[in-house]
Write a new protein. Structure first.
Length: 363
């Protein structure tokens, strides 16, 4: 087997174990649970070692003539995985349905706004290499503390939910998700379409200080979201290839002010991957405590096992690396256990509250 193939097989085994730990934990005996945890940690270590070897060989190949290399297969666990039961390869990738979004800006990048963190100096980017991490999940849906009405923001939350959004109550899990993300937790949300995912980040953005960055895959979806927000008198902006650079720069300047009218900034994953200016702007916001949270909409696009896999979504883990203290909220309406594991791994969500809402609707 090639090294990359062996890595994928070990990841499949890791996903199978994670599936049992997360979704079947109530059916496991204490001994079996502990055994699975030990197997999981061993696989994580072995995958890290093998990926380090592969990346090292790739670096050498880029500076020396191409040659084949051999490696010794790490001793893995005796766990047998029925690959027919895993999700790998189960979905067709549909990258073509999404529009690529690049900066529409002068080639000389001739601007300088050092005071607001928009200097034209090049941002040094390390190559982001996803690492297998030991994820700690908590089942937020069954954690009663998130349904509490004793949080400092509870009154403000309820008032604005009614006054701005016209809601007299919260839908299932909305209050809990909002309390978790406003408490600074990383959150993964699996909620059906029409379940009210947007409110779980738009309402916190409204009552929180600073800017909420929303990463969304479709420009048309971004435009619809901004239009809906404007109708509720919430100011939001986006940066896209169809905008003149002067217009983009004006938005960045406004967001760098201490009293920006904007509460949400929508971008595509390609923007995060390719724009030095955006990363520099985020660093400036963070240094002034004006970066509230990251929201990853359609988070299943992160996963190679998802049906809408987007390569640039995988690179969003750089946000957690650069801004480890900024909470991240990942939202999706479609995710198997394998996709869920892949998403939290790629985004770097070490301690993650998981909220899962039933897709069964009453007649």
């Amino acid at each position: 087997l090639e090294a990359s193939t062996h890595v994928e097989q070990m990841k499949d085994a890791l996903l199978a174990i994670s599936h049992e730990l997360l979704d079947d934990s109530t059916d496991l005996s204490p001994d079996h649970f502990q055994q699975l945890c030990q197997e999981r940690l061993l696989l994580i270590k072995q995958i890290q070692q093998l990926e380090t070897l592969i990346h090292s060989k790739e670096r050498k190949k880029s500076s020396t003539p191409t040659h084949n290399f051999q490696y010794e297969t790490p001793q893995t666990t005796n766990r047998k995985v029925d690959f027919a039961q895993t999700d790998s390869g189960a979905h067709v990738k549909e990258q073509s349905r999404y529009a690529s979004d690049n900066w529409n800006m002068p080639k000389d990048h001739s601007f300088s706004e050092d005071r607001s963190g928009l200097s034209s100096d090049h941002v040094e980017r390390e190559r982001y290499v996803p690492k297998i991490i030991d994820v700690t999940y908590t089942d937020g849906s069954n954690d009663k503390k998130w349904s509490s009405r004793d949080f400092p923001w509870t009154k403000n939350l309820e008032v604005n939910n009614k006054r701005v959004f016209g809601n007299h109550s919260f839908r299932p899990n909305q209050r809990e998700i909002i309390n978790a993300t406003m408490s600074g937790c990383d959150v993964f949300v699996l909620m059906p379409t029409g379940g009210g995912k947007s409110l779980t980040y738009q309402l916190p953005a409204l009552i929180s200080a600073g800017i909420t960055l929303v990463i969304s895959p479709l420009i048309s979806l971004i435009q619809d979201q901004i239009m809906n927000l404007l109708q509720t008198n919430i100011h939001a902006a986006s940066l896209s290839a169809g905008m003149e650079w002067a217009e983009q720069l004006e938005i960045l300047r406004e967001m760098s002010s201490g009293n920006s009218k904007y509460k949400l900034l929508y971008v595509t994953p390609e923007k995060v991957a390719k724009s030095d200016s955006l990363l520099r702007h985020l660093e400036s916001l963070n240094s002034h405590s004006l970066l509230a949270r990251f929201v990853i909409d359609e988070a299943h696009c992160v996963s190679q096992w998802g049906h809408d896999f987007r390569p640039d979504y995988q690179g969003l883990g750089v946000l957690k690396k650069k801004f480890p203290n900024i909470p991240m909220l990942a939202l999706t309406a479609t995710a198997t256990a394998s996709v869920k594991e892949d998403v939290v791994q790629a985004l770097g969500l070490v301690n993650c509250a998981v909220f899962r809402q039933s897709f069964n609707r009453p007649n």
